[in-house]
Design a protein around this ligand. Sequence first.
Ligand code: HEC
Ligand code: HEC
Ligand code: HEC
Ligand code: HEC
Ligand code: HEC
Ligand code: HEC
Ligand code: HEC
Length: 355
Amino acid sequence: MANVVLDPKQHPEAILPDLSKPNPLVKFTKDDIAFVYGSKWKQRYFTKRGDDYYPLGAQWDITHQIWRAYQAAPGSDWWTAFYPNDNMQRPTGPLCDGCHSVNYDIATKTVTEWNVGCEKCHGPGSLHVAKPSRDNIVNPARLEPLHASDTCIQCHSQGQPLNNPINGKYYDWPVGYKVGTDLRDVWKFEEHKLGEQSFTHFADGTAHKNRMQGNDFVQSVMYERGVTCFSCHDVHGTENNADLLKPATVMCLECHGTNSPNGPHAASIEAHTHHKVGTPGGDCVDCHMPKIEQTIADVNVRSHTFKFITPGDSDSLKVPNPCTGCHSDKTTKWAADALRSWKNLSPWRVAPSNP
Ligand code: HEC
Ligand code: HEC
Ligand code: HEC
Ligand code: HEC
Ligand code: HEC
Ligand code: HEC
Ligand code: HEC
């Protein structure tokens, strides 16, 4: 994973936009920036007051190369109810830093290191460095699947500490969690009521916001069967997008195939997808991981429930389906009719009623 938190005094190149170009949203200069945060989708800036950091009021949208305002609106994130609507009264210690550092100490406000360092996933490492042995380091690959994925879900989920506030402050990250232990002892997922769309969820329970891979993945059959986040990702870095072990379609087919008990149950891949292999609509992720979870403005990341969202779900529950997400000139009725004509699929599941 990339080093998203950088001090611009040591890494001036980390600031992506040109701060010398005036913009009404940008009321700060290079000298106000203590930390630059983010390098892929969006970049935010922290300033230091006393021993706390605070987010500045503008963020850089990397995809569109434009400035956007940055201030969580009241009624959006759950914690906005407990903090004034003023960035300078929203310190990053309780609201951000636990997921963007190693060993953030809530009493001293210090870290062992910024960013997602080794010890965040492998536990304390000094004994291991002094005398390397399997017994004095956590290897997530040797944890059972539940704790294995918790290693990732501690940061890749939207939730709240079970006991909040802690010493009078409301935290947005799992304070006290250590890899290999039960995340559930300190953290609960953001709640969701089926049928209701919220800040975090679509009405069917699929995540609506970024950084919810954990909330999504636990709903999947793969999670139930012991597949983990790192069955697909190698967080130490790979040459593929999103640190995938292999390019997505190749990787899915390591465990899936027409002769695999894992499915898809069809005579050929094309018989399953009804689109040519290697064309849009022919890749597994096109239908099983649509880009519908918002990270900034219209820039979305992929869902991780892996389920197929039907065109009918879009009509009744307002959750985007992958068919008309790509065929944007067509109606949900067109998509449902097409699905019903694909004889290998169950109409009761994929197109139960006429939209
Ligand atoms: C975001 C979590 C995460 C971070 C950060 C991380 N690792 Fe890992 N590491 C894992 C996971 C998960 C595995 C097991 C599966 C795999 O190899 O992807 C692993 C496996 C390993 C292994 C292989 C152990 C074996 O038995 O083969 C080594 C060595 C290792 N990590 C070293 C490091 C070092 C050194 C760092 C820091 C530079 C680091 N890791 C940072 C999650 C992480
Ligand atoms: C300490 C919190 C933390 C933990 C633990 C963590 N992540 Fe991340 N992860 C992050 C942050 C922060 C980023 C954003 C990095 C960036 O912007 O490039 C990220 C990015 C990623 C990405 C996207 C990379 C890209 O370039 O698109 C993947 C995939 C990922 N993490 C998987 C995992 C997996 C798998 C695990 C568990 C083995 C894990 N993470 C554990 C915080 C964490
Ligand atoms: C519960 C853990 C958690 C908390 C709390 C958290 N983050 Fe993150 N953050 C992540 C993870 C994981 C990612 C990786 C990308 C994703 O999944 O969206 C990320 C990504 C980001 C990115 C985008 C990185 C990129 O390269 O585009 C920025 C910017 C960011 N976080 C800033 C913040 C700020 C500011 C706060 C506090 C207001 C905060 N984060 C709170 C876990 C967290
Ligand atoms: C079955 C494989 C698989 C599993 C399991 C899986 N992912 Fe992913 N993940 C993917 C694929 C495929 C992508 C999209 C890559 C792309 O678009 O190029 C992705 C993308 C991501 C991204 C980048 C955001 C985006 O959508 O581009 C993050 C962060 C991430 N995964 C984290 C996780 C975490 C955390 C878990 C476990 C809770 C997890 N993944 C489980 C396959 C998987
Ligand atoms: C490490 C092996 C592994 C990888 C890699 C993998 N899968 Fe799976 N997948 C499984 C297993 C195991 C099941 C459960 C099969 C069963 O028990 O019926 C499953 C089930 C599924 C299902 C059925 C879920 C449901 O709701 O019924 C879908 C869809 C799926 N996988 C999509 C994907 C996609 C897309 C990828 C690539 C991004 C992928 N898988 C990569 C192992 C894997
Ligand atoms: C054009 C859309 C589309 C593409 C592309 C696609 N699927 Fe599916 N997939 C579906 C639909 C629709 C279902 C049926 C969902 C249901 O019954 O709830 C399904 C069901 C499945 C299932 C569970 C049922 C079964 O037959 O075992 C698995 C596993 C699966 N897909 C894997 C994959 C894999 C692996 C790929 C990539 C090779 C892929 N799918 C590509 C649309 C697609
Ligand atoms: C990522 C984009 C993408 C997704 C997702 C996708 N398709 Fe397609 N689809 C295409 C493209 C591109 C073509 C044209 C292929 C060609 O002309 O060879 C096509 C062709 C078709 C056709 C035949 C051509 C026509 O216009 O009559 C039908 C029917 C169809 N798709 C239905 C669906 C349905 C139903 C789904 C959801 C299960 C779906 N598609 C998902 C991209 C997509």
